[in-house]
Write a protein that binds this ligand. Structure first.
Ligand SMILES: [Zn+2]
Length: 160
């Protein structure tokens, strides 16, 4: 069986000014790469792959696949992006590591008992682990608003 691909979902490249947005997008389940420094070749490559390039830099706006974000602040950036691309339908929280940009693996509850705080273990049923950095993620019992994922609850998984 061929590897499943999430090619139908919107994928992003964020410019060096948009690190927080990149993390937010990952928390919302999007494939979001982040440029640590300005790199025209990487931008061209990402656009060639069909990624949407998000930027604060006015001079790059107007190119196909480039979205200029005017706001300096995350909520404004998310709102503008949602208005431009209609992200709502595609948000899949709790599916991607906000640090590594890798899809998370489902984790058995008993396997994370020693890795998360007691109150988290007691109050949550679903856990996932990043295959890259081993961070453990958990989902609240109540559906959280998209912006609540900004403060999502990440803890480094320490292997015992
Ligand atoms: Zn990770």
């Amino acid at each position: 069986m061929s590897k499943t691909h999430s090619a139908h979902r919107t994928a992003f490249l964020c410019d060096p000014n948009l690190g927080r947005l990149a993390r937010w997008l990952r928390m919302a389940g999007f494939d979001a790469r982040y440029l640590r420094s300005w790199d025209e070749a990487a931008i061209a490559e990402a656009l060639g792959e069909g990624r949407v390039f998000l930027t604060r830099k006015r001079s790059t706006a107007g190119r196909p696949g480039v979205v200029l974000l005017e706001s300096d602040h995350l909520p404004g950036q998310v709102a503008a992006l949602d208005e431009t691309l209609g992200l709502g339908e595609e948000i899949r929280p709790f599916t991607r590591c906000s640090i590594c940009n890798l899809p998370l693996n489902y984790a058995m509850r008993e396997d994370v008992e020693k890795l998360v705080p007691d109150y988290v273990f007691i109050t949550h049923d679903e856990f996932a682990r990043c295959p890259g950095c081993s961070r453990i993620y958990w989902r609240g019992t109540h559906p959280a608003s998209a912006l609540a994922f900004i403060d999502s609850y990440v803890r480094t998984g320490k292997r015992g």
